[in-house]
Design a protein around this ligand. Structure first.
Ligand code: MLT
Length: 354
């Protein structure tokens, strides 16, 4: 029996579920209130919050991507400073470490002229025992307009959205969703392929713990891409098939003919016990190297949300190959997407042409 199957047998997914790491929310007993699908608010009013990709409609996604594309062009032109958000306060409230996402939101807010304040857990009063709801009431008293939240508990941004006056943007909650990551991934793909519809996208690795995977699955299936998830049985929940994806446990088969290969970080900090035998073993079977990539289309894009574990889920030669890897461009598109989201939530969808 290969090590991965043995590890799966040793530690069935049920045990992960029992420990509360699998289900989206400890805060919410039902789905977080995203932009309610099909509601009057969704169709006729600007969205109030961005909490998840689940429930978003294709025209909403396309509009955000179109706006982000114009911000990408504007950023490249060097004319970045605008005053669209002048007088508005954006608070980056990060209960979990992040450099890339926080910096990206900070840059996006500043490029649009907002006053940006970074609050991290080490400086906030959470360490002194303040609850999330007390934090919400403090933020309300500060008249914050836009609140970017990252939290290690799924559903925390949705809970805050019910309590604060600000527009809330989920910057990653537990294993639930990371909607701006999915939008920036989609924008990057669309820039290279001109469309999302009909593309075969292989999302590979630690799907079990990945909010990036979940947001991408919702966005890409909504936009009619064909999504595959590829990884060891220990890291692919079988229930994920209900989201309309195909499951593969072999990289060669999973990557065959793929237009896009999206690698995920092995999220050891979220793992309970030995879901993966060793980094070396993982790389051998599931790390992306030139040999495995050769199964995808010859011009397949290589993506990774970062931070990368080089030599674990991806080989440096592939990650740094300018012909295949669009990982740097993903970071660039992150700023453009976040500008589009801030713009849309602050003044209403489609009203502000950059
Ligand atoms: C995340 O916050 O989920 C990151 O963008 C991806 C990762 O941590 O692997």
């Amino acid at each position: 029996m290969p090590d991965y199957e043995r590890a799966a047998a040793d530690r069935p997914l049920a045990s992960v579920r029992r420990q509360g790491r699998f289900h989206p929310s400890r805060f919410c007993s039902k789905r977080p209130p995203v932009i309610a699908a099909g509601s009057r608010e969704t169709l006729h009013q600007p969205p109030r919050h961005l909490l998840a990709m689940e429930g978003m409609h294709p025209p909403q996604i396309a509009a955000l991507l179109d706006l982000a594309e114009s911000y990408a062009l504007l950023n490249r032109s060097g004319k970045t400073k605008r005053d669209l958000l002048r007088g508005q306060t954006l608070i980056n409230l990060f209960f979990e470490d992040s450099t890339r996402t926080r910096t990206s939101f900070e840059l996006a807010g500043k490029r649009l002229g907002a006053d940006v304040i970074n609050m991290s857990v080490s400086t906030s009063s959470v360490n002194k025992g303040e609850t999330l709801l007390d934090t919400a009431s403090t933020l309300n008293a500060m008249n914050c307009d836009l609140l970017v939240v990252r939290h290690d508990q799924s559903g925390a941004p949705a809970l805050l959205a019910q309590k604060v006056d600000a527009a809330v943007i989920n910057a990653g909650d537990g294993t639930h969703e990371h909607p701006t990551q999915a939008l920036l991934d989609a924008l990057t793909i669309r820039r290279h392929r001109g469309r999302l519809e009909g593309l075969v996208v292989a999302i590979c690795g630690d799907v079990l713990h990945s909010r990036v995977a979940r947001s991408n699955i919702h966005l890409l299936t909504t936009m009619n891409s064909r999504v595959r998830v590829v990884g060891p049985p220990t890291l692919i929940p079988s229930s994920i098939a209900a989201l309309g994806v195909e499951i593969f446990h072999d990289m060669r088969a999973g990557l065959a003919g793929a237009d896009v290969v999206m690698m995920l970080r092995l999220q050891r900090e979220r793992m309970v016990g030995g879901l993966v035998p060793s980094a070396r073993e993982y790389f051998r079977f599931f790390g992306l190297d030139a040999a495995k990539l050769a199964n995808a289309k010859p011009d397949a894009l290589v993506m990774h949300p970062g931070p990368m574990n080089r030599g674990v889920e991806i080989d440096s030669a592939v990650a740094d190959d300018p012909q295949r890897s669009v990982i740097r461009e993903q970071v660039e598109m992150g700023v453009a997407v976040r500008m589009a989201v801030l713009d849309t939530l602050s003044r209403g969808h489609g009203r502000n042409e950059p």
